[in-house]
Every structure is written in structure tokens, then in C-alpha cells.
Design a protein around this ligand. Structure first.
Ligand code: AMP
Length: 283
């Protein structure tokens, strides 16, 4: 099986994409920060099923990390990533240097849309500005037909959707379902930080999502009751800190009082020093 073509230079990447689209081939882009797992690879598979040419980007974006976050220890597993992308028939890997993407002279930043403000926006100030900026840059460098994002990062999907709409970006967004380990833990590059004990306690996020869904199946529609159960389940599982476990309108992320469609339960919690997020649609 052919290894993907690895491209570091911005201009070269753009040239390859323009050549492909000029020949009438459709291009799909899968933005990642590497340390690939089956969640990322499900996006590549989805892109492979929909597009002729697949570009996976591997770039640990410094602008989306806060000063006290894990930028320097973020996992880097280049050889394994390339092996996995070969198996999943990715055509190009775009892996620019940090200096090429964000030279000291490049000070422009995107102000993200209003959906970026609550939740992750409160707990990670500046995070979505960094995400929106890098995603817009990637869309400029890789003028693809479609871009593939995971619903694991539910708020990120909304931020990008709004940016694409607000700025009239000519790209189709495809949201892909959360891929989980066999016991339910949502796959994440950060799971590899967890010790065996933390790994057990991390299951609390999934247990809280399941408990909330069961309560609704049993007839509960009062949001504070559902949030109370989710918080209790997280605490009982032994997570170290709950940033939020909250039911929101799935399009606006506004708080709601009663279960109405569309809504989603979003959780962010710390286990040991690792911050994990997960979510589930409730209606
Ligand atoms: P990251 O490398 O963490 O920036 O993630 C790159 C892309 O993979 C994002 O669109 C994520 O939402 C997506 N992703 C990460 N984990 C999962 C998962 N468990 N299931 C589905 N998509 C995922």
C-alpha cells in the first residue's frame, strides 16, 4: 500500500490541491493534531468514502493552547500516524512547521463566533480563537470540497460551522460520530496520559452520559434533575474536578430548563492532570 505523500511546505500543498481540483477530483481535508487513534481514522474513512483525494493535516497548533496547558507534552507519534494513514489510504499528509504557520510576524487572529463563548470558551480563554484561526488558514492552504470533524468536540464543530457560514467559506463540513473504546471511554489523544487508576475513573464521563439518557428514557424532562444526576455520577466515579456537566440547546449552546429537541449534554472534567471532554445528544 502506498504511503501518503508528506508535504511540509504551504505553497506545495496548495499546488497539489489545486491540481487535483483542476482535474475534476474532489478533495477532502481532515485536520488533526496527530497522535492518531481510531476516532481520527474514522474521519479519514468517511472522507475516503466521499472524496477522491484525502489530505490529513498533522499540526499541533500552539495558538489553541493556554499558557498552562499541555502544548509541550502533547503526544507526538509520527511513525505510527503515517503507518495508520497508509492503511486508511490517505493521499497526502500536510505537516507544516510551527514557524511556517505562525511566524512571529503573523499576528492576525480570528474572533470566533458567539457559540465559542460559553463552556470551553470560559474554561479555555483564547482556545477557539486559536482553533478558528488555524482552521481558516488550513482551508486557505487546502481549498478542499469538504472538511471532516468529530462530534467529540461538539462545541468546536459549532464554532467552525458558524465561521464557515459567517465568512462564506466555500467548503462543506461533515460531522462524524464519536468513536469510543469498548468500555465507552471516548477516544482521545490525551487518554494516553491516564494511569490505570485514572483510566478507570475517566469512565465516569461516559457513565454520566448513560445515566442522563436513562433518566430521560424513564420520563424525566427537568434539566436541573438531569444535570444533578450527571454531576453525581461523575463524582461517584471519582473524577477530580468537574468543569461542567450541562444540558444545552444543541445549536446555540444556550441553557435550557426542560428537555427539548435538539439538546445535548456536554461534560468537561479533569482526571488526575488530564482534562477530558465528552458529550451526547439527548433529544
Ligand atoms: P484533534 O487531533 O484532537 O484535534 O482531533 C482532530 C479531529 O478528530 C477533530 O475533528 C476531533 O473532533 C476528531 N476526533 C477526536 N477524537 C474523536 C473521537 N473519539 N471520535 C470521533 N472524532 C474524534
Amino acid at each position: 500500500m502506498a504511503q501518503p505523500h508528506i508535504i511540509v511546505e504551504i505553497d506545495e500543498m496548495r499546488r497539489h490541491v489545486l491540481t487535483a481540483t483542476g482535474q475534476g477530483r474532489t478533495v477532502g481535508v481532515v485536520p488533526t493534531m496527530g497522535a492518531l487513534h481510531d476516532g481520527h481514522l474514522s474521519l479519514v474513512d468517511r472522507a475516503r468514502a466521499m472524496c477522491d483525494v484525502i489530505v490529513t493535516t498533522i499540526f499541533v497548533n500552539p495558538t489553541q493552547f493556554g499558557p498552562l496547558e499541555d502544548l509541550d507534552r502533547y503526544p507526538r507519534t509520527w511513525d505510527d500516524d503515517i503507518r495508520a494513514l497508509t492503511l486508511h489510504q490517505c493521499d497526502y499528509v500536510f505537516a507544516p512547521t510551527r514557524d511556517a504557520m505562525f511566524p512571529a510576524t503573523a499576528t492576525t487572529r480570528i474572533q470566533p463566533p458567539a457559540v465559542a463563548s460559553p463552556l470551553e470558551g470560559e474554561h479555555r480563554p483564547g482556545h477557539f480563537s486559536g482553533v478558528a484561526t488555524v482552521v481558516l488558514k488550513l482551508f486557505q492552504i487546502i481549498p478542499a470540497d469538504a472538511a471532516f470533524f468529530g462530534e467529540k468536540d461538539f462545541q468546536q464543530c459549532l464554532v467552525i460551522e458558524h465561521m464557515v457560514r459567517d465568512l462564506n467559506l466555500p467548503i462543506r463540513l461533515v460531522g462524524c460520530p464519536i468513536i469510543r473504546e469498548s468500555d465507552g471511554l471516548a477516544m482521545s489523544s490525551r487518554n494516553r496520559y491516564l494511569t490505570a487508576d485514572e483510566r478507570r475513573r475517566a469512565l465516569g464521563l461516559y457513565q454520566a452520559l448513560l445515566a442522563a439518557r436513562q433518566l430521560i428514557t424513564d420520563g424525566e424532562s427537568d434539566v436541573p434533575e438531569i444535570e444533578r444526576l450527571a454531576n453525581e455520577t461523575l463524582t461517584r466515579a471519582g473524577v477530580d474536578q468537574i468543569d461542567y456537566a450541562t444540558v444545552r440547546h444543541a445549536e446555540t449552546l444556550e441553557p435550557i430548563d426542560r428537555i427539548i429537541a435538539p439538546c445535548v449534554l456536554l461534560i468537561a472534567a479533569r482526571v488526575g492532570s488530564t482534562r477530558l471532554i465528552d458529550n451526547s445528544r439527548l433529544a
